[in-house]
Design a binder for this molecule. Structure first.
Ligand code: ADP
Length: 152
């Protein structure tokens, strides 16, 4: 039997947006399983509660077995080894993302040569969505429901 193709999708997901959902759905066309890995350092304060976010992400995917949601406080390259994942999934919105992602991908390759970073270009309808803007809108009581794949 061939090994299942597992991809990690690491990020802060504070919050997980429709843009992230789109990357996961498209990732599932390429991989058997996508593990959504919420990077979390207990010393760093999040805006959206991490347990709530885990619950909401699972809800967004109808608790599908093809996705898993985990939190981690480690190198992504190490986490990939633990999950036997050969792929890292990342989304690219623009050239700013590219500059940043390029550096991370180079470092990850040095840390774990078996790991390939796979980039998906953002669907245009979600390209303007960023977690930081959503936090800002939410902080001042604006409506964020159009940007999230679940109800808060
Ligand atoms: P990080 O803090 O690691 O940048 P994010 O949670 O902001 O984590 O993003 C995780 C991944 O999702 C990154 O690859 C980022 O480029 C991608 N991403 C963020 N917003 C969108 C979006 N609107 N559409 C597609 N990909 C996105």
């Amino acid at each position: 039997m061939t090994e299942p193709k597992v991809a990690l999708f690491p990020g802060s997901f504070d919050p997980f947006t429709k843009g992230h959902e789109d990357i996961v759905k498209r990732g599932l066309q390429l991989f058997d399983k996508v593990v959504i890995c919420i990077g979390h350092n207990s010393q760093k304060k999040r805006y959206f509660d991490i347990d709530l976010m885990i619950e909401k992400i699972k809800e967004a995917f109808d608790n599908s077995g093809a996705i898993e949601v985990v939190t981690y406080n480690d190198l992504t390259a190490t986490l990939a080894r633990n999950y036997n994942a050969k792929y890292l999934l990342r989304g690219l919105r623009n050239t700013t993302d590219f500059e940043y992602e390029n550096s991370i991908a180079q470092v990850n390759k040095r840390l774990n040569v078996d790991l390939e970073t796979v980039f998906l270009i953002t669907s245009p309808e979600y390209a303007f969505i960023s977690s930081s803007i959503i936090r800002e809108v939410h902080r001042y009581e604006g409506d964020v429901t159009p940007y999230l794949p679940y109800r808060l």
